[in-house]
Design a binder for this molecule. Structure first.
Ligand code: GAP
Length: 449
């Protein structure tokens, strides 16, 4: 089929309860979403696969979970109070606010129709800088001294814990600290579903290195992170690495490369890999008076440089669904099938009694279900015709279905149906558990071109 559109993904997510617009019964709130059952399961999978690769399988990276609300001095020192902003313009006629560097995406409230690429026909003010951090108040008093911020990145929580983790644990660069947690940004041109939202789950790792090794490790992490997406089945033709120009880089970065995915909105940032140099540790040393440096044997003492791979679960979630979404005609009937990597798929297997009214089949199917659910997210379904039940599972990306039929009652074998090839084979019911474990361990490549 043609590439999936964002509308198809939004509609699938809503229809099958992956994602709902937030606060819907009150008219919603732009660019905030709630996750339903399958969305939660899929996000859990993305998070735990990231954690497995970045922490569990490495000797040189440990985990951290820092607070969302930090001492406001952190954001002064990090440069976010002064520099984490977008240039905005207001329209004096329609009163809408647009990003000055993205006017081609803007739509005038009075004259919403325009040709692609045109800027809105508005009476625009000069551009002003608008800070993206959400402000809040700590304590009961609303006064300037109690102003705090919701973190726009988790990285600062890592930098301010540098001494706790690296020095106390007597670790030596290269050494990394990884963190997954919510981040908040008052984005002015939000939209495009989960791609740009006000709150998102950021997965970041700060890799502290000797300054002379910065280029080598930057390259290493760009390659490693790109490979991670390929191993999880994203099509190579839809991934590319793009280096930021000087104007584009964040205030803390001396070099950044994005891993981009070709979303329905065009090539856009999936993950950023930045060389932050010693900017953050130096800033926090100066502002806090606490020396954040590596002290080694003898005379060895330096402020490490930092390489930072950072990505939100939301951007991976959309990329995976777009890449996996497929429609095809099988036996003259259309099916929507979501060809997710089995480790990303919310449900690993469905257990289906062929005839729901047959008590013996139901008992066998329930027995298998109870056995498998102890280790995996699996689903039991006896509602409706078997063909419909397969299609329901195809649509949420379940890679395998085990069906209990007449023959099961005779010889204790079941069929296993493959979501992608539709091939079926028989195996003993007692071997299903180990078959599933092995299938989940196998490398997987998408059949999509
Ligand atoms: N600490 C580095 C940092 O925050 P960033 O490029 O601003 O860098 C990192 O953000 C990643 O967070 C991006 O590559 C993207 O995956 C994700 N991201 C950023 N803003 C987002 C938003 N409004 N909604 C969803 N994901 C977002």
């Amino acid at each position: 089929m043609a590439e999936a559109t964002m509308d198809q993904i939004v509609s699938l997510c809503r229809r099958r309860g992956f994602v709902f617009p937030s606060s819907e019964i009150y008219g919603g709130l732009g660019s905030t979403y709630d996750y339903g059952h399958y969305g939660v399961l899929m996000k859990n999978n993305i998070r735990s696969l990231w954690f497995r690769t970045m922490v569990q399988e490495r000797d040189d990276i440990v985990a951290l979970d820092s607070a969302v609300i930090l001492n406001p001095s952190v954001w002064e020192a990090s440069g976010h109070v002064a520099g984490f902003s977008d240039p905005l313009v207001d329209c004096k006629t329609c009163k809408l606010r647009f990003r000055a560097d993205k006017l081609e995406d803007a739509h005038c409230g009075r004259k919403p129709s325009k040709r692609p690429g045109e800027t809105p026909d508005c009476d625009l003010t000069e551009a002003r800088q608008f800070n993206l951090m959400f402000q809040t108040q700590v304590g009961a008093l609303q006064e300037a001294s109690s102003t705090a911020y919701l973190r726009p990145e988790t990285a600062q929580g890592i930098f301010i814990n540098f001494k706790n983790v690296l020095q106390l644990a007597r670790r030596k660069p290269p050494f990394g600290i990884a963190q997954v947690g919510k981040a908040f940004r008052n984005e002015i041109t939000p939209g495009n579903f989960l791609f740009r939202v006000l709150e998102f789950e950021l997965m970041e790792m700060e890799y502290f290195i000797p300054p002379a090794e910065a280029e080598k490790w930057h390259r290493y992490w760009i390659d490693a992170r790109r490979q991670w997406y390929l191993d999880l089945g994203l099509r190579e033709s839809k991934l590319r690495v793009r280096e930021h120009g000087e104007q584009e880089r964040s205030h803390y970065s001396s070099a950044t490369s994005d891993i981009e995915y070709e979303y329905p909105i065009g090539w856009s940032e999936l993950e950023g890999i930045a060389n932050r140099g010693d900017f953050d540790l130096t800033q926090h040393t100066q502002h806090s008076g606490t020396k954040l440096e590596y002290v080694g044997e003898g005379e060895e003492r330096y402020t490490p440089y930092v390489i930072e791979p950072a990505v939100s679960i939301e951007r991976i979630f959309v990329a995976m669904l777009v890449d996996a979404y497929d429609e095809e005609v099988v036996a003259e009937r259309e099916r929507t099938v979501v060809r997710l990597h089995p480790l990303i798929a919310p449900v690993k297997a469905a257990i289906l009694p062929l005839v729901a009214k047959n008590g013996d089949m139901v008992a066998k199917a329930r027995g298998l279900f109870e056995e498998l659910r102890k280790r995996h997210i699996v689903e039991y379904d006896d509602g409706g015709q078997i063909g419909r039940r397969y299609r329901r599972q195809d649509e949420i990306g379940t890679p395998w279905a085990f069906t209990i039929d007449d023959q099961t009652l005779e010889d204790d074998t079941v069929t296993v149906r493959d979501r992608d090839s539709l091939a079926q084979e028989r195996l003993p019911i007692s071997g299903v558990r180990s078959w599933l474990e092995e299938a989940l361990d196998r490398p997987w490549r998408t059949p999509k071109q």
